[in-house]
Design a protein around this ligand. Structure first.
Ligand code: GLY
Ligand code: MN
Ligand code: MN
Length: 425
């Protein structure tokens, strides 16, 4: 992407929220141990609006005037590294951005704020900026030059930038496709691997090494590996528990390509085949997932898709003999999460699920989200005791098109396909 593409995004934001002054921080490194920091990751909104990987800096969008405040400009070389500098291959992205030092933050804010009714920052992410924002909006500090009688409002910039990020353009969709393709290949590779006797941590490490071999720089989130009884935990953190024959393994893992995320869950047998109970449960979840995928189209809502998924799961469980009255009580425990969330530069993209009128957001072309029904039989369900401690989730990522959706992720999910791959382990 070129400087003008980022400029267009900033102008779109400034036009959509013409009364709002935006200040978006790029954050700082967190310390991992004495003198060693965690790897720095640029916050998605900052990256979306600038393309720059630059810690310790601020982006200010004041209508048509856009500033980058950073002390990196004062340096021409870095002996230790370039974490605080603009990497040479990113210089061209500065374009029309006005480069200033960090010391100018107060001056620019005080100068600009009188022209706006609202100040938007990523609230709660940067204590220094939170404090500045509070003092700017406080009654005591109200500036007499303000052109408006409306009190200065404070908003979370993530919601506002999120409204732009909700619709992906063709280059963003291409990155999502690539992240999905590469992450899907990793799942298929895991399905061909010998897993019995390995620990969950070893499997998570194997997955992440495969992401690295796919040339992916970041996982989208900490890889989830839950085996046996631990598959009923929605976000099981991999442990040293060893995988035994006969268990199911729930693997929820994906990685980023050019800052766009994949989020994939597959549930596979540790050995070569699903047991009869595992297959029965799996088939119900797969049928529900396919029904949701087939129903994705412009005009429908995430909530309607969720309800459809629940209805499919309900029918499947009744077909297995689950008591109707018990199921009415139990379903929210058996499937305790939403079937979908927005996805993009963040695995849970921060866009709102309701529109500006408080109505459920209707799907439009270019919106991307996950479809991830599951069933989790923890202890204590009176019905279908033979399913106790079985957990199944199947998750794919989709992009809404004019005719329905493109399923971006392609890891095998038919039981026959999975068993054929497990047979190669
Ligand atoms: N991987 C986290 C989720 O599916 O939401
Ligand atoms: Mn997900
Ligand atoms: Mn997931």
């Amino acid at each position: 992407m070129e400087a003008q593409n980022y400029l267009k995004r900033r102008l779109d934001l400034a036009t959509r929220y013409s009364n709002t002054l935006f200040v978006i921080s790029s954050g700082t490194e967190s310390m991992r141990s004495h003198s060693v920091a965690y790897r720095y990751k640029t916050p998605s909104d900052f990256l979306y609006l600038t393309g720059l990987n630059l810690s310790h800096s601020y982006l200010i969008i004041a209508g048509k005037d856009h500033y980058i405040l950073s002390d990196a400009f004062a340096r021409t070389s870095s002996v230790w590294g370039e974490e605080a500098m603009i990497a040479a291959n990113e210089q061209h992205l500065l374009g029309d951005l006005k480069c200033e030092s960090l010391q100018k933050l107060d001056e620019i804010l005080h100068d600009k704020i009188s022209q706006f009714d609202r100040l938007a920052i990523p609230m709660g992410r940067d204590a220094h900026l939170d404090q500045k924002a509070l003092s700017l909006v406080s009654f005591k500090r109200r500036d007499r030059r303000r052109l408006s009688a409306v009190p200065l409002a404070l908003s979370d910039s993530r919601t506002l930038v999120g409204s732009l990020r909700l619709h992906k353009d063709t280059s963003e969709i291409a990155h999502m496709r690539e992240a999905s393709l590469r992450s899907s290949r990793v799942h298929a590779e895991i399905m061909k691997s010998q897993l019995i006797g390995k620990s969950e941590i070893q499997i998570a490490n194997l997955i992440e090494s495969l992401f690295l071999s796919e040339d992916m720089q970041w996982t989208s989130y900490e890889s989830i590996v839950g085996s046996g009884e631990r598959a009923v935990m929605l976000h099981a953190r991999a442990t040293q528990k060893k995988i035994s024959d006969g268990e199911l393994i729930l693997i929820d893992a994906g990685a980023e390509w050019n800052s766009y995320c994949a989020d994939i869950t597959r549930t596979i047998p540790a050995g070569k085949k699903f047991s009869a109970e595992q297959r029965a449960l799996y088939d119900i979840v797969l049928k529900a997932q396919k029904a949701i995928l087939a129903a994705v189209k412009t005009g429908t809502t995430i909530q309607a898709l969720h309800e459809l998924g629940l209805e499919e799961l309900r029918e499947g469980l009744l077909g297995l003999g689950y008591d109707k009255n018990e199921l009415a009580l139990d379903l929210s425990q058996l499937m305790p999460h939403s079937t979908s969330h927005w996805i993009g530069m963040d695995v849970h993209d921060p866009s709102a699920y309701y529109d500006d009128n408080g109505q459920e957001r209707r799907l439009e072309e270019g919106m991307c989200f996950t479809v991830e029904p599951g069933l989790y039989f923890r202890e204590g369900f009176k019905e279908l005791a033979e399913f106790e401690y079985l957990g199944v989730r199947i998750e794919d990522d989709v992009c809404v098109t004019s005719t329905g959706c493109e399923v971006l992720t392609s890891a095998p999910k038919e039981t026959d396909e999975i068993e054929a791959l497990r047979a190669k382990a």
